[in-house]
Design a protein around this ligand. Structure first.
Ligand SMILES: Cc1cc2nc3c(=O)[nH]c(=O)nc-3n(C[C@H](O)[C@H](O)[C@H](O)COP(=O)(O)OP(=O)(O)OC[C@H]3O[C@@H](n4cnc5c(N)ncnc54)[C@H](O)[C@@H]3O)c2cc1C
Length: 284
């Protein structure tokens, strides 16, 4: 087996261009995913590449390097609009997993239950793809195209995520349901990002749901319905089936489709209360 760990992005892209090679970052999805199969012959470990690490301010927002670990995101000094992403990071396995697992690995694995995807959808993330032919960007919603399917072309890897500046004063929340409290795959999860107007009503809401469709989805009808809703009335507001129309949950050993839809409604209320509650106190 050939194992290579280049220290530059160009080194990694040259190795990818030279022939088939399996990319590994934290390895926390890659190795369990092999099950009983032998590991591929050639492995390209990209975690030693400084250009792929860290969180930086850009003129229009934020850049998160592909190999940034979840624990780095959780500890980063970021605006409150990133609180949902941080909360999701704290739910990725255990602290030991978060110390190894990367944000791009979570996206490239393309599990419907990947906890990082809904908050990144509410932050309107773009994925930067690099190959020896150059770079291109795709909205996250186009990058993940199905269960275990992403829009990576041969010779490409994910170099970074780009997040535009969130709306001024925006707050965020994340709520996850599993069959136990920790170290558990999501039955459903909801990420929200909200901005209140001066009168305490919702000026803008973004809501994304995971584990209830092949790819996590935003809920545009619910987002529109919430606009103008006073924050004080959010705790008991009704969510109609039409608001959840983009979802297509399945029955599996973790829950039925009907249970998932019930859970999503409650998770939406909890994630909104979390986000708006912080905003109402005016702290953070
Ligand atoms: C015990 C345990 C608990 C877990 N719990 C959760 C959980 O609660 N929630 C959750 O969402 N996930 C969970 N996971 C899954 C996993 O930890 C995350 O999805 C993690 O973010 C994957 O990142 P990684 O760096 O380890 O990816 P890797 O395993 O290294 O890679 C995953 C896939 O992405 C590809 N890849 C990685 N980086 C790149 C890149 N930059 N460019 C192109 N392709 C790339 C690899 O080729 C591979 O196909 C858990 C895993 C374990 C083992």
């Amino acid at each position: 087996m050939a194992y290579s760990a280049p220290s530059t992005l160009q080194g990694a892209l040259s190795a990818l261009a030279a022939g088939p090679v399996a990319v590994i970052a934290g390895g926390t999805d890659f190795y369990p995913g092999l099950r009983d199969a032998p590991a591929p012959t050639d492995l390209l470990d990209i975690t030693g590449i400084a250009e792929l690490r860290g969180i930086a301010r850009t003129p229009t927002g934020w850049r998160i390097g592909a190999c940034t670990r979840w624990s780095e995101i959780v500890r980063a000094d970021l605006p409150p609009a990133f609180d949902g992403l941080k909360a999701a990071g704290r739910e990725v396995g255990s602290v030991q997993i978060q110390n190894a697992a990367t944000v791009a690995g979570n996206l490239c694995n393309a599990s419907p239950a990947a906890d990082g995807v809904p908050p990144l959808l509410t932050l309107e993330a773009e994925v930067e793809l690099a190959s020896d032919r150059g770079k291109r960007r795709l909205p996250l919603g186009e990058f993940i195209s199905g269960v275990r399917q992403v829009a990576l072309r041969p010779g490409e890897l994910v170099a970074a995520l780009h997040l535009p500046d969130p709306p001024a004063g925006a707050r965020a929340g994340f709520a996850k349901l599993g069959s136990r409290r920790y170290m558990v795959i999501s039955i459903a999860m909801v990420a929200v990002l909200v901005r209140l107007d001066g009168a305490g009503a919702i000026a803008e809401a973004r809501i994304a749901v995971g584990a209830c469709s092949p790819v996590a989805r935003r809920l545009p009808a619910l987002e529109v319905m919430l606009a103008g809703c006073p924050a004080a009335r959010l705790a008991g507001f009704d969510i109609a089936p039409a608001h959840l129309e983009p979802l297509a949950p399945i029955d599996d050993l973790r829950g039925t489709a009907a249970y998932r839809l019930d859970a999503v409604a409650e998770l939406c209320r909890r994630a909104l209360a979390e986000a708006v509650g912080v905003a109402e106190r005016g702290d953070g």
